[in-house]
Ligand binder design. Structure first.
Ligand SMILES: NC(=O)c1ccc[n+]([C@@H]2O[C@H](COP(=O)([O-])OP(=O)(O)OC[C@H]3O[C@@H](n4cnc5c(N)ncnc54)[C@H](OP(=O)(O)O)[C@@H]3O)[C@@H](O)[C@H]2O)c1
Length: 257
């Protein structure tokens, strides 16, 4: 019978150095993953990525950090090639890469649109492409999107709009990779208590988001805690493999679709 547990699995995490990705790496190592490739992008994240690698190793798994700006198809191909050279083909590939912009549509520049599109849509597409070639049979792929895919709200046109195509990429990839037993999903968290969220929001908007979910009174800050997303990621790429092709919003009752 196919082993759908995380034990002994090789994992590639794009954006695995810090915040949600860093916690996924630690959690997977604690649950018995064999090796984890921790990708990071910015020089500012290098130290956090090194800490994540050290934490993964301390938990008993092998790990390396790989730096790359993943907004080109070549860079993505190179990341998967380096990951495969280090630990063999991945069983599980997770993409947490993203960039947020909160800005009125009429003030958004062409350069901003192009960058949002590159980081959120293009990167997700080529991650799925390379995952479809590299991931072992009976493996799993998961992309992080946003609960704003279920929202009717201003100012996030480029963020939600450039994450939205991932929902369809996920459907298509799940049909194409299903023949090899590979499960493909996307998870859209609610606003999470990380630096990613705080950079874009005024104190008033933060206060709103901290009270907007049905379960807000029961989380640490009222926002979605990364600790409450990690179990969903782990489940979908292991025993929850039968869920495929779908984008699910995990947010304590913040938005639905
Ligand atoms: N925090 C929230 O409120 C929230 C809510 C819903 C969904 N999400 C989504 O959840 C995911 C993780 O977010 P997070 O809160 O954990 O924040 P985060 O740590 O800032 O995650 C974003 C990741 O994207 C990477 N990245 C950005 N530009 C890149 C590029 N050009 N090439 C390669 N990697 C690049 C960053 O790497 P570097 O730091 O090394 O540049 C970082 O690892 C994101 O996809 C985000 O859209 C976040």
């Amino acid at each position: 019978m196919t082993n759908r547990s995380i034990t002994g699995k090789t994992v590639l995490i794009a954006g695995g150095g810090k915040n949600l990705g860093g916690l996924i790496a630690r959690d997977f190592a604690a649950h018995g993953a064999k090796a984890i490739v921790v990708h990071f992008n910015s020089a500012a994240t290098q130290a956090a990525a090194a800490e994540t690698v050290a934490a993964v190793k301390a938990a008993g798994a092998d790990a390396i950090a790989i730096q790359a700006d993943l907004t080109s198809a070549n860079a993505m191909e190179d990341l998967f090639a380096k990951a495969t050279a280090a630990f063999g083909r991945p069983d599980i590939a997770i993409n947490t890469v993203g960039k947020v912009l909160k800005k009125p549509l009429t003030e958004t520049t062409e350069a901003e649109f192009d960058e949002m599109s590159a980081v959120n849509s293009k990167t997700a597409f080529f991650f799925l492409k390379e995952a479809g070639k590299a991931v072992n049979d009976n493996g799993a792929v998961c992309t992080l999107v946003t609960s704003l895919l279920g929202a009717f709200t201003p100012f996030y046109a480029t963020y939600a709009g450039t994450k939205a195509p991932v929902e369809h990429f996920t459907r298509a990839a799940s049909k194409e990779f299903g023949a090899r037993g590979i499960s493909v999903t996307a998870i859209g968290p609610g606003p999470m208590d990380t630096s990613f969220f705080y950079g874009q929001e005024t104190p008033e908007a933060q206060a709103y988001h901290k009270s907007a979910a049905a379960l807000s009174p029961f989380s640490k800050t009222g926002l979605t805690d990364i600790e409450d997303i990690v179990p969903w990621v782990r489940f979908l790429v292991t025993e929850g493999w039968w869920m495929t092709g779908q984008t699910i919003l995990v947010n304590g009752g913040y938005t639905t679709k």
